[in-house]
Design a protein around this ligand. Structure first.
Ligand code: SF4
Ligand code: SF4
Length: 125
């Protein structure tokens, strides 16, 4: 098994989706830790901090955990990383959100509908 450790450069953080169950854990973490999602232009994930580090790292979605461990999701910072065995990769892929019920972490409405403030206007209201 790989001994690769993500060093949180943020290169792989983009338009990412998670399952409802993952979102519940992320929302709870945001509330418990006072995380402030950052509204951005484009499709960047709103949970990346100014230092590029994931603000919900302990509860980040499966999709994010797969980078650097799956052949189609290489980590540019560690091209020599071992990949997961196919059965592990498949088990993780099976946990990915289906399009119909995916929760999108770059969409301000995701946070708004959960009553979570972001760095948009709702903070100053
Ligand atoms: S998986 Fe790689 S590209 Fe993504 S944040 Fe970690 S070190 Fe950076
Ligand atoms: S949840 Fe964290 S690791 Fe995943 S894309 Fe967003 S900032 Fe990056």
């Amino acid at each position: 098994m790989s001994d690769f450790h993500c060093h949180a450069c943020g290169e792989c953080c983009g338009p990412v989706a998670c399952t409802r169950a993952e979102w519940e854990a992320i929302a709870a973490y945001i509330r418990a830790n006072g995380v402030l999602p950052v509204a951005r232009d484009g499709l960047a994930c709103m949970l990346q901090g100014g230092d590029k580090f994931c603000m919900v790292y302990p509860v980040r979605p499966t999709l994010c955990r797969m980078h650097g461990h799956v052949a189609k999701m290489p980590c540019p910072n560690n091209p020599a990383a071992d990949f997961w065995p196919p059965e592990v990769e498949k088990a993780n892929a099976d946990m990915l959100p289906k399009l119909a019920d995916a929760v999108w972490l770059m969409d301000p409405n995701t946070y708004r509908s959960a009553g979570i403030p972001t760095t948009t206007m709702e903070l100053s209201r």
